[in-house]
Design a protein around this ligand. Structure first.
Ligand SMILES: *[C@@H]1O[C@H](CO)[C@@H](O)[C@H](O)[C@H]1NC(C)=O
Ligand SMILES: *[C@@H]1O[C@H](CO)[C@@H](O)[C@H](O)[C@H]1NC(C)=O
Length: 275
């Protein structure tokens, strides 16, 4: 009985193997530049018999192959000959990252890094996206509000980005560079707001999964007037949008009053004219 248990535990330990890791989200890269596709293990693997395969996930095209202690350029797809660089000196540290140079539009997509060691294998997928995908939009026109009113400052992230890949969204009042509201690691952090905005700002929780980080600013005050920036961080990049908040006056009643007096004045002038 005991022996059977030990044998099973040993089998489970072996079967547990190693885990290959990659980046937590897509890599946003400008075309024409270079990018390192991370792929690594936490524990050291024996060099003997180690094999590392980098492939396009969808087409299975071989981007780079490391086998029998060396890179195998003859096995690799022609288009990657000069553009894929494997760090042979890093393998001993469990680092199987690949550098892709001179990035083209066709390079966008998913790459699988598969590592074979001692009858075991493990893999991770790295996604490359064109940096242009990280686009943030605000309001084209300035937003106006009267004192005491609530106002919505718009900010939305291009739908190409999955919400779970958005690391941080920061609303900042740019004139004084103060923090209005912060969203970080899938959480809104209301305590981070500057005193001026504490308890007066919120996101539309239901809208966040759609990449909509519009802000509700409650009971607008004189000092709220200014330029606001919504700054979004994802995949090591950031993009932002500006919204201008104009304050119109004290209240609707006040404006109507002025309008009424003006009309009255025109009417009295007109009626004073000789017929
Ligand atoms: C792997 O090697 C590359 C190239 O030297 C380096 O940029 C990267 O930081 C390394 N990654 C890890 C996890 O050590
Ligand atoms: C974002 O959410 C707000 C509040 O519901 C809404 O007014 C606005 O139209 C939304 N923006 C987009 C781009 O969907």
């Amino acid at each position: 009985m005991d022996i059977k248990f030990i044998v099973i535990s040993m089998f489970l330990m072996i079967a547990d193997g190693f885990t290959v890791r990659g980046p937590s989200g897509p890599l946003f890269v400008p075309l024409g530049s270079s990018v390192i596709l991370p792929c690594y293990v936490d524990e050291l693997l024996p060099m003997k018999g180690l094999e590392v395969e980098w492939r396009r996930t969808d087409s299975e095209t071989l981007v780079h192959l490391y086998q029998d202690g060396e890179s195998r350029p003859e096995a690799q797809q022609q288009e990657y000959h000069d553009r894929a660089h494997f760090f042979t000196d890093q393998i001993q540290y469990g680092n199987f990252s690949l550098r892709l140079d001179n990035l083209r539009a066709e390079d966008e997509g998913k790459y699988t890094c598969k590592v074979y060691s001692q009858q075991e294998s493990s893999e991770t997928v790295v996604q490359i996206k064109d940096v242009e995908c990280l686009r943030v939009s605000g309001s084209n026109r300035s937003v106006s509000a009267y004192d005491g009113e609530d106002v919505i400052l718009s900010c939305s992230v291009d739908s190409h980005i999955k919400p779970e890949h958005i690391e941080e969204v920061k609303w900042i009042k740019t004139d004084e560079y103060i923090l209005v509201l912060l969203y970080q690691n899938n959480e809104t952090l209301p305590d981070s707001s500057n005193e001026q905005y504490r308890d007066r700002v919120e996101f539309f929780t239901d809208e966040i999964p759609k990449g909509n980080f519009s802000l509700r600013l409650k009971s607008v005050r004189t000092e709220d007037k200014g330029v606001y920036m919504c700054q979004v961080f994802a995949g090591g990049l950031s993009a932002n949008a500006m919204v201008v908040l104009e304050r119109l006056g004290f209240s609707l009643l006040h404006i109507n009053c002025v309008g009424f007096l003006f009309c009255f004045w025109i009417w009295s002038c007109t009626s004073a004219l000789p017929v």
